[in-house]
Design a protein. Structure first.
Length: 311
């Protein structure tokens, strides 16, 4: 029976998780970031969401949602979106959905689904214009993706660069006409002055000073997907504004079973560090980075398979 196949089992189990999370969203309080930041931003409070102003064009679906159903409906939409993306990345859907960052993403009502869509397009699309759309979506949270985009563009064909940069450039130019030439300065000034100290960010705030030494690491990888993954992992360790709930953007491309366990490992530090325990969440991206780098080095040292001398 097809149901008994291992791959199908993971998907059936994942639909069970989806049902459970959706029911919980309809019965429990949650979605604080959605209600506090992103819905007001979509409604016109441009200093509320701390994302670039052009993100308002992508967040328009939030205008259709109303409290108290906005969070559960948004949860259902995001979960459905992740299910589609997982079909492209081939990551175990159950491991991804039950990881701590994913649960945090849903509980807060975050919008990283847009960033994830952009990254999947950037990796898998063969059309350079679509890859440009992926960049525009990824820039909704530039603090997560600027390094990634840089390392991905470095290996693009020179003749494709103008095509890839067309949509992001038009997006920025259009935003300057709509929101004014000074909006980037106003946005940055507002973010640095009013961005709340989020309990989900101590891990990157702790690791980034040491993580800077990892910045050249993506250059080691020629495969697009691996370079994307390594760039994301390095970004989570080498930039100071990477929330733990945003770890889903690299788990979307690699979620081994042990990563699920490590995603909760920081809880062991809670008795001693209380609210600051999440600063140790960096153990997850560092472990994944170590594993993929070690595997890459081993593959490079392995002699190429010799074909049989005679057919």
């Amino acid at each position: 029976m097809n149901f008994l196949k291992k791959e199908n089992f993971w998907w059936v189990a994942s639909f069970g998780v989806l049902a459970g999370i959706t029911i919980a969203a309809f019965t429990l309080p949650g979605g604080d970031d959605l209600y506090r930041y992103y819905q007001p931003f979509a409604q016109g409070c441009l200093d509320c969401g701390f994302v670039p102003y052009f993100a308002q064009w992508f967040l328009w679906p939030l205008l259709l949602l109303h409290h108290p159903l906005a969070w559960p409906i948004w949860t259902l939409l995001c979960m459905a979106g992740f299910f589609v993306l997982l079909r492209f990345t081939k990551v175990n859907p159950l491991f991804f959905l039950v990881s701590f960052p994913m649960l945090g993403q849903i509980w807060l009502g975050q919008i990283d689904i847009f960033v994830c869509i952009g990254l999947v397009i950037l990796v898998f699309s063969r059309n350079p214009f679509l890859r440009g759309l992926g960049i525009a979506l990824a820039l909704i949270k530039p603090q997560l993706t600027v390094l990634v985009i840089f390392f991905m563009l470095m290996f693009e064909k020179r003749q494709d660069l103008w095509k890839i940069l067309t949509i992001p450039t038009l997006t920025i130019v259009a935003s300057l006409f709509v929101y004014g030439l000074s909006w980037p300065y106003t946005w940055l000034q507002n973010a640095f002055a009013r961005l709340p100290v989020h309990v989900w960010r101590p891990a990157s705030a702790t690791s980034w000073r040491y993580g800077i030494i990892l910045l050249p690491l993506p250059l080691l990888f020629r495969d697009r997907r691996k370079r994307m993954l390594v760039s994301l992992l390095v970004s989570s360790l080498a930039t100071p504004f990477f929330g733990v709930y945003s770890y889903i953007i690299f788990l979307l491309f690699d979620t081994p079973w042990w990563a699920v366990v490590l995603s909760f490992a920081w809880i062991a530090a809670y008795p001693l560090f209380q609210a600051n325990a999440m600063q140790f969440a960096w153990v997850l991206p560092l472990s994944l980075l170590f594993g993929i780098t070690l595997k890459e080095l081993q593959e490079r040292r392995r002699p190429p398979d010799k074909e049989k001398a005679y057919a």
